[in-house]
Design a protein around this ligand. Structure first.
Ligand code: OGA
Ligand code: MN
Length: 274
C-alpha cells in the first residue's frame, strides 16, 4: 500500500491496495494511523459493493446503525438530494456548509466514509479542511484568548442556513434534537488541539450574540483558507474516508436531479469533545 499526500496540509491518496485487503487487521491499523496523520484518505477506482464497504468499516471501527435506512445494510446511509433515493434528502442541503458530523453529540463520529455510486456532471465535489493545522497556525495571543471558549451547537442553526424563514412546525421539528455546548478548541487525548466550528455553531457562551457570531464566522474563514483545504472531485468508484474529529467538510452545490449518490458509513466515536 502506498500513501501519497494530496496537498501541503491535508489528504493522502492510497494506492496499491485491493478491496480484498481492506478487512485485513494490520492494514486497517496502518490506515487508522494514516487517517490521524493526513485527515482524509482517498481510494480511487475501488468500486466497493455495500457488503465490502461495511466489512471495511468494521475493520476500522464500529459502524453506526442508522434508523433511516433504505437498503439491506442498516449501516449504509444514502446521501442524495433526491427524495426518491434518500430518506433524508430534505436535510442534506445542510451538507453545503462546513460542518463536523455529529457536532451536537457528546461523542462525535470518529470517521465517515463515502463511496461514490454516482457523481454530478457539474459541482458536487467535497472539501475538507484540517482543523488541527488551522488551530496550530493561529497567533499565540489568539490561541490564548480562545482556548477555553465554549460554543453552543444545534441542528437548528445548521438548518436555518438552508431554510432562513422556517415555519413553526419546522422549528419545532429541528428543536427535537437538543442543542449542545462544545469547546471551541478541542484538546484531544493525543495532545493535539483542533477548532470545532461549522454550520451547527450558533453562539459563543459569555459573548454577545453578534460578537460571538462574528468570531465564529472569522474563525471559519480562517480554518477554510486554501492552505488548510483539500477538494475532492469525485469519480464513480472512489471511496473517501475522513477523520471527523480533526477536520471539517462540506459538499459543493450540485443539482438535486443529478445522479450524484453516495453510500455513507459513519464510525461510532470513542472520544468526547473536551
Ligand atoms: C455527509 C456529508 C458531503 C458530501 O454525508 O456527512 O457531509 O459531499 N457529505 O456529500
Ligand atoms: Mn457531513
Amino acid at each position: 500500500m502506498q500513501l501519497t499526500p494530496l496537498s501541503s496540509s491535508i489528504g493522502a491518496s492510497v494506492t496499491d491496495i485491493v478491496p480484498g485487503d481492506l478487512g485485513d487487521e494490520p492494514i486497517a491499523a496502518e490506515l487508522l494511523g494514516a487517517l490521524e496523520q493526513f485527515g482524509v484518505l482517498v481510494f480511487g477506482d475501488l468500486h466497493l459493493d455495500d457488503a465490502t464497504q461495511v466489512r471495511f468499516a468494521r475493520a476500522l471501527g464500529q459502524p453506526e446503525i442508522l434508523p433511516l435506512r433504505t437498503g439491506d445494510h442498516p449501516e449504509i446511509f444514502v446521501v442524495s438530494l433526491d427524495p426518491e433515493k434518500a430518506a433524508s434528502a430534505g436535510y442534506l442541503k445542510g451538507t453545503f456548509y462546513w460542518h463536523i458530523d455529529g457536532a451536537t453529540d457528546d461523542i462525535p463520529n470518529k470517521a465517515t466514509m463515502l463511496n461514490a455510486i454516482g457523481v454530478a456532471a457539474t459541482g458536487g465535489g467535497t472539501e475538507f479542511c484540517n482543523a488541527y493545522a488551522a488551530w496550530e497556525a493561529l497567533p499565540d495571543d489568539e490561541k490564548e484568548a480562545y482556548r477555553d471558549l465554549r460554543v453552543v451547537h444545534s441542528f437548528e442553526a445548521a438548518q436555518r442556513l438552508v431554510t432562513p424563514d422556517p415555519t413553526d412546525e419546522q422549528v419545532e421539528e429541528w428543536r427535537r434534537r437538543p442543542a449542545k455546548e462544545q469547546p471551541l478548541a478541542w484538546k484531544h487525548r493525543s495532545g493535539r488541539v483542533s477548532l470545532v466550528l461549522g454550520a451547527t455553531s450558533d453562539h459563543v457562551v459569555g459573548l454577545g450574540l453578534d460578537e460571538g457570531r462574528a468570531l465564529l464566522a472569522r474563525l471559519e474563514s480562517w480554518a477554510t483558507q486554501p492552505q488548510f483545504v483539500y477538494r475532492h472531485e469525485w469519480q464513480v468508484g472512489d471511496l473517501v474516508i475522513w477523520d471527523n474529529r480533526g477536520t471539517m467538510h462540506r459538499a459543493l452545490p450540485y443539482d438535486a436531479k443529478s445522479p450524484r449518490l453516495m453510500h455513507r458509513v459513519t464510525l461510532v466515536g470513542d472520544e468526547a469533545f473536551a
